[in-house]
Design a protein around this ligand. Structure first.
Ligand code: F0G
Length: 340
């Protein structure tokens, strides 16, 4: 499939002939989740955004933001990030042949994301502060220097990310509810815009990690903390738009504990064959813990791939079984596990 700017140009702020920086993002799988459906008593689908080229939904926004920056003559792009935006920025900047700069909270981003940003040649600044502080600072840097800001405060990001709602509408025709993790609140804003544009109004249920749940408390969180590092955010930039999406769709926002997130994370991997990162599992944890208002057909957005964060995966499961290189030893191990 071509990238999403080409697929949806008539509904995006681009014209034929514009420079397009793409990795053929979008067109991600929407798969049914039979065991999850059984558990919650509804028809549940999973939108696998980890199948995008850099392994997260950020590619949808980044193809638009970087293409627009190149069209405007930018020679550099910058963002604050909990990891995935950094990885996507780095890849699309490399593709465009421009400079990429990312500011990440030191020691608080998953290993895969850091490897991606560095491999793609971005300048990676490890801030001794959290994401919210990083975003404040990059806004100031972008105001003072000729460097394009590509966080989701940039509307091209929202425009690109709304295409996931188009894809769901094309695949299902209609749905009753969407469950989605909320961090900086750009993605829920984008889905709502996309659904409205195609005439749908599913109930929008946003889920935040309990230690980083400003929208649930109704006030910023100074020191957000959660195992789901991607959504470790205390003062979301798209606060009002996210609340509007949830209120006008008759949805809501709720918190899920780290334990609930990790339970959903393991359940998806073991019982549905889908490996997502912890932040993504917040959508399913939320559905399991809080329901989706009695909805019959529900889509959970799995925002990023599980391989992004191997450390959390390995800390969440049992270890390997050491074995001498002999047939009888292997048999003893696997038959002992009840193979025959
Ligand atoms: N899921 C994942 C895997 C994310 O990386 C993010 C955000 C979210 C959910 C929340 O989306 O911010 O639009 O509400 N990650 C950003 C980043 C903040 O820097 O990569 P949101």
């Amino acid at each position: 499939m071509p990238g999403l700017i080409e697929r949806y140009m008539d509904r995006l702020p681009f014209e034929p002939g514009d420079p397009i920086i793409t990795l053929d993002e979008g067109s991600t799988p929407l798969v049914q989740a039979p065991r999850l459906s059984e558990r919650v008593g509804a028809e549940v689908w999973l939108k696998l955004e980890g199948a995008n080229p850099t392994g997260s939904f950020k590619d949808r926004g980044m193809t638009c933001a970087v293409s627009a920056a190149v069209r405007d003559g930018a020679r550099a792009v910058i963002c604050a990030s909990t990891g995935n935006t950094a990885a996507a920025l780095a890849a699309y900047a490399a593709r465009a042949g421009i400079r990429g700069v990312v500011i990440v909270p030191e020691g608080k981003i998953a290993m895969g994301k850091l490897a991606q940003a560095l491999m793609h040649g971005a300048q990676v600044v490890a801030l001794q502060g959290n994401f919210d502080r990083a975003l404040e600072l990059v806004r100031k840097v972008a105001a003072r220097h000729p460097i394009a800001l590509v966080n989701s405060v940039n509307d091209f990001r929202i425009e690109g990310q709304k295409t996931a709602a188009y894809e769901i509408a094309e695949a299902l025709g209609d749905l009753d509810a969407l469950c989605i993790p909320v961090g900086n609140a750009g993605n829920i804003t984008a889905y709502w815009r996309g659904f409205r544009e195609v005439g749908l109004s599913p109930r929008m249920f946003g889920f935040q990690a309990a230690g980083a749940a400003p929208l649930v408390h109704g006030s910023p969180v100074a020191a957000p903390e959660t195992v789901a590092s991607a959504i470790r955010i205390g003062n979301p930039a798209r606060w009002e738009q996210a609340m509007d999406a949830m209120t006008s769709s008759r949805g809501g926002v709720d918190a899920v504990s780290d334990e609930q997130i990790l339970d959903a994370y393991r359940f998806l991997a073991r019982d549905e064959g889908v490996f997502c990162e912890p932040a993504s599992a917040a959508s399913v944890a939320g559905l399991l813990a809080h329901g989706a208002g009695g909805a019959q057909r529900v889509v959970c957005v799995l925002t990023g791939h599980g391989l992004k964060d191997p450390d959390t995966a390995l800390a969440s499961v049992g270890g390997v079984i050491p074995c001498a290189p002999e047939l009888d030893m292997i048999e003893r191990v696997i038959v002992g596990q009840g193979l025959s």
